[in-house]
Design a protein around this ligand. Sequence first.
Ligand code: ZN
Length: 264
Amino acid sequence: MHILYLDESGTHSDARYFVVAGVVLFEADTYYLAQDMDGLQAKYFPGFAEPIAFHVSPLRGAHGQSNDPYPSLEPARRKQLITEVYQVIAKSHARTFAVAMEKSYIMGDCYDRGFEEIVNRFDRMLARFARDGNPQRGLIVAAESSYRENLETLARKIARDGHRWGRTRNLADIPYFAPAANTRLLQVADFVANAVFGRYEKGYSRDFDLVMPRFDQDGGDLHGLVHLHSSRLDCFCPACMSWRARPRTAGARLPEGPPNEGSD
Ligand SMILES: [Zn+2]
C-alpha cells in the first residue's frame, strides 16, 4: 500500500496562489520518516515527552505572539529546524506531488481542482508501478480542514464517476481525514505545501529546491509538480518546462484553456 498525505497552503484571501500538496510513502517507509521528525523534536525540544506538532507557518511567523506554539524556540533555531525538516524530506523515500494554482486563473474551487489533479496523478503513478510489476493500492489521508465537507462529496464523486480525466483504478478506499497534530506525515505535507507556495507566491526557492528532487518523475518527465496559471507558455519553472516538453498526440493543442487546462 502507498499512502498519500495531503495538505494545502495559501488559504488566506490576500494570497495570489493556492497550493495543494501531497507526500506519498510506501507503508513500510512511513515509520522512518516519522522517526526522523521525532528525532528533530528531541533535538529542538529536549525534555518534552509529548509529541509537538511541527507547523511551518507559526514556526516562520508567530515568534513573540501570544498564540506562538513554540515560545521556547529562538528565531535562529526556528530557521534551522525548518531547514532540517526539508533536509529530512529530501533524503526520505517519499514521492511528492503539488499543484500550484493562480487563484484568478482557476474556474471553480481551487481545493477541488488541486485535489482532483493530485488524485489523478497518484492513481497514474500506481498504474505505472503496476506496469513495472509492482502492483500496489493507494490510500489518501487528508489534513482536517474547512474543506472536509466539500472534499468528502468530491471524493465520493471521484470514486463513483472517476475524475475529469478518467476513472481511478488503484485506490483502495475513500479518503480519510485526520488532524495534522496526530501524524508527522501530514506535518511533512504541510512543509511541502508551504515550500511550493513560497516558490510561486514569493519567488523564495531555498526550501523548494531541497524538496524538488522528491517530486514524482519518470524518465525525466516531471509528473509530481503542476503550475496552473495564465502564462504556462512563458514560464520557466520546472513544472511548465516539463509540461511544454511533453510529447503530445497529433491534433492536441498546447495552449489549453479552461476547463481542460493542463490535464497532463
Ligand atoms: Zn510554471
